[in-house]
Ligand binder design. Structure first.
Ligand code: ASP
Length: 714
């Protein structure tokens, strides 16, 4: 089914286009993507590399999710200006806030370069020779594009290396914060409601892209002017009804819809439980600390979201895959494949043994995957000090090296002193407690599977050992760190070496780099080459399926329709929620469900302006059957006319399995209705000028059937 899948907009197959039209799309594929004239693709913006956003005015106004803008809103927040808590609205362009390092990337063109990338490649080349060849070709292709200094470029593999596409982009670097609702609207329901339907979250924030006088990318500069897009989306204020066509245009991050059943088993039995356990341990500590103290709440809010989002997703994913028998389904697909292959000598010659070889790799890679995932969960997502310490490695290396002058070391120290912003959002007690909770888990598993002890000097009680380490370390306290840097001379590197947290950080990295990185890279590359064959094999031997490439962070279209679903026996979910539900969920005793009084007043007065539905209610969110993934956050949801009806921001818990297997009967993406976005901007925030910047359209009614011509008229 074409409804399942994330399609490449530059090469929409006829079959897919026909399905879209049959489901209600009224525009042509050329209106979605064109190169020499403007098209909808010009309004779709990769936001900061991880989310999607959409241009909605000829003044560069950009909408994305609140959770996509969250770390930016947090960075501008303090106890005095708590934009996370109170929201932020620039009432003029002068009040908009700049965001260092935030980028807005607009695709200029997508070109199939498969032939060029594979040109001259020996069919029998080893996987490493193949990778080298491909890498070199890609570099050449990228260089050709970037010779034009206004363009950036990248090439990505599709269908596991059966196809390559080149993306020419413009990367805008001056992206300013224009508005954000308070978290009690933008993140309403917090973790409890994350990945959940029915949902009542106004998950949006507003930015503006700036360009230089030629409308080209430029670093932040007060002289810059609002970007004039080639296309921006008109906004449909008539809303959607059941079965209406929906199209999500954006940058889904990663799906693995074609992996073998043995790989799914590994996710279910090994990886998800490990990650889940590690994150549960840190979240228990962070959540409790955030509840107790308002400053901690600001400091840890973005970090907490980063950890909790995937944590909850993995639980839903595991449940969904098990309940819907993903492994059994994969097994039966693989049996059918084998049956057909065995009956066909040509296929047997090409594909015999591929599944068995992948299963063998899945077996051998398990301990390495365990090591890698503990490295990610402990080193990158766990106690922050482990990563922060990594910044000082260079100092130790320089100090030991006699050819490095004292002056160079002094310069390093001076620079480092400017970069201690880490401590602004750091609480050593919380970090210590996370370490106490996670270290034993990581240590034990790494010992068991890789025979490495990451804390060989640790003995006795973990809590005591870790507490002492945090109490003594120069890294855990800003004053101690300043004192250390002020008085640094090159011999003091020895003091660093004795720091127990330093030792742990070095041991953890050492474990990964000496025991995991190389072998896992080799096995993954073997697996990649098998996946390329397996993908080709499925497409050839099982042609009754339509194959869209797995998500890889590139621009895609997915389509579906507005529809509710049956989550479990005896229940049926409607396709939309209303402000009534927002009010019903309010719980002043629970910080996840507090509501701003202004919103309650608007509700009491029914002061909804033009944003209410025909029944006089404000719709908040709706669900549809689009196949989306992480990265689709902030993606525009379009109606059949290519008009904006909402911002995609989540999936239901039952549908997080779609990263591995899409099930059209239960997988639903969650969208905030654009009318709720406009209502909050206008009525709640008093920022009507932003709504006025957009082009609002009413639903285009179906043309009335033409009456039979009357005889008088001839
Ligand atoms: N809310 C999701 C995310 O943040 C979007 C999705 O995965 O559907 O990743």
């Amino acid at each position: 089914m074409a409804k399942e899948g994330m399609w490449v907009p530059s090469t929409i197959q006829k079959l897919v286009a026909d399905d879209m039209t049959a489901m209600g799309m009224k525009i042509s594929p050329e209106e979605l993507y064109a190169v020499n004239k403007s098209s909808i693709k010009d309004a779709i913006v990769h936001f900061g590399g991880g989310c999607t956003s959409v241009l909605v005015s000829d003044g560069g106004l950009l909408l994305t999710n609140h959770h996509c803008g969250y770390s930016r809103i947090q960075a501008h927040s303090s106890l005095d200006h708590n934009y996370l808590e109170d929201g932020f609205w620039a009432m003029s362009k002068e009040e908009e806030l700049s965001n260092p390092n935030l980028t807005a990337t607009i695709i200029q063109e997508m070109v199939d370069v498969t032939d060029k990338v594979l040109e001259g490649l020996d069919e029998n080349a080893s996987q490493s020779a193949r990778s080298e060849h491909i890498k070199a070709k890609i570099e050449e292709l990228v260089k050709e594009v970037t010779a034009d200094s206004l363009l950036n470029a990248y090439v990505r593999a599709f269908y596991y290396g059966n196809q390559y596409l080149l993306f020419k982009t413009k990367v805008y670097k001056d992206v300013r914060l224009v508005g954000a609702p308070p978290s009690s609207i933008g993140k309403y329901g917090y973790d409890t409601d994350n990945w959940v339907w029915p949902r009542h979250t106004g998950d949006f924030s507003v930015f503006r892209v700036y360009a230089n006088k030629d409308n080209d990318p430029a670093a932040y500069n007060t002289e810059n002017v609002p970007y004039k897009p080639d296309h921006f989306l008109p906004v449909n204020v008539s809303g959607v009804e059941k079965d209406d066509f929906t199209l999500v245009y954006g940058f889904p991050g990663r799906t693995e819809n074609y992996i073998a059943s043995t790989s799914v088993e590994q996710v279910l039995d090994v990886l998800n439980p490990l990650r889940y356990e590690m994150r549960s341990a840190s979240l228990d500590i962070i959540d409790a600390a955030m509840r107790k103290d308002p400053l901690t709440k600001i400091q840890y809010s973005a970090k907490q979201s980063r950890i909790s989002n995937a944590h909850k997703k993995w639980i839903g994913q595991t449940k969904g895959l098990k309940r819907h028998k993903a492994i059994a389904k994969k097994d039966s697909l693989e049996s059918l494949f084998k049956k057909r292959m065995t009956a066909n000598p040509e296929w047997s010659k090409k594909y015999d043994g591929v599944l068995e070889a992948m299963a063998e790799i899945d077996g051998n890679i398990t301990p390495l995957n365990i090591g890698r995932n503990y490295f990610i969960e402990f080193f990158y997502m766990g106690p922050e000090i482990l990563r922060f310490i990594g910044n000082f490695k260079e100092l130790v290396v320089m100090s030991k090296d006699e050819s490095v002058s004292d002056e160079a070391i002094r310069d390093w120290i001076t620079e480092r002193k400017q970069k201690l912003g880490f401590y602004k959002n750091y609480n050593a007690d919380i970090d210590r407690d996370i370490m106490i909770a996670q270290l034993p888990m990581a240590r034990q598993a790494i010992k068991k599977h890789l025979s490495v002890d990451i804390a060989p000097l640790m003995e006795g009680d973990v809590a005591e050992y870790v507490s002492r380490a945090y109490g003594e370390s120069v890294f855990t306290n800003k004053e101690r760190m300043m004192e250390f840097l002020e008085n640094y001379n090159r011999k003091r590197y020895k003091k660093i070496g004795k720091d127990k947290l330093w030792q742990l950080s070095v041991a953890m990295e050492g474990m990964y780099f000496s025991r995991v990185k190389e072998p896992i890279t080799v096995m993954r590359s073997q697996n990649d080459s098998l996946m390329r064959i397996w993908m080709e094999a499925q497409m050839e031997v099982l042609p009754e399926r339509v194959y869209s490439p797995d998500a890889n962070g590139t621009l895609r279209i997915t389509f579906g329709k507005v529809e509710g679903y049956v989550p479990f026996d005896g229940a049926e979910y409607d396709y939309y929620t209303t402000l009534e539900g927002v009010i019903e969920k309010e719980d002043p005793t629970n910080p996840e469900f507090n509501l701003p009084s202004k919103l309650k007043e608007l509700y009491a007065d029914k002061d909804y302006g033009q944003y209410a539905d025909e029944d006089g209610k404000i719709r908040v969110c709706f669900v549809a059957s689009n196949h989306t993934s992480g990265g689709n956050s902030g993606s525009p949801v379009l109606d059949g006319n290519g008009h904006l009806i909402g911002l995609n921001f989540d999936r239901t818990w039952e549908s997080t399995m779609s990263d591995i297997m899409f099930n059209p009967t239960i997988c639903r993406n969650i969208t905030v209705d654009i009318r709720y976005v406009l209502f909050i901007m206008d009525k709640y925030a008093g920022a009507k000028h932003l709504v006025d910047e957009m082009k609002l359209v009413k639903k285009i009614e179906e043309a009335a059937p033409v009456e039979a011509t009357s005889p008088e008229e001839g």
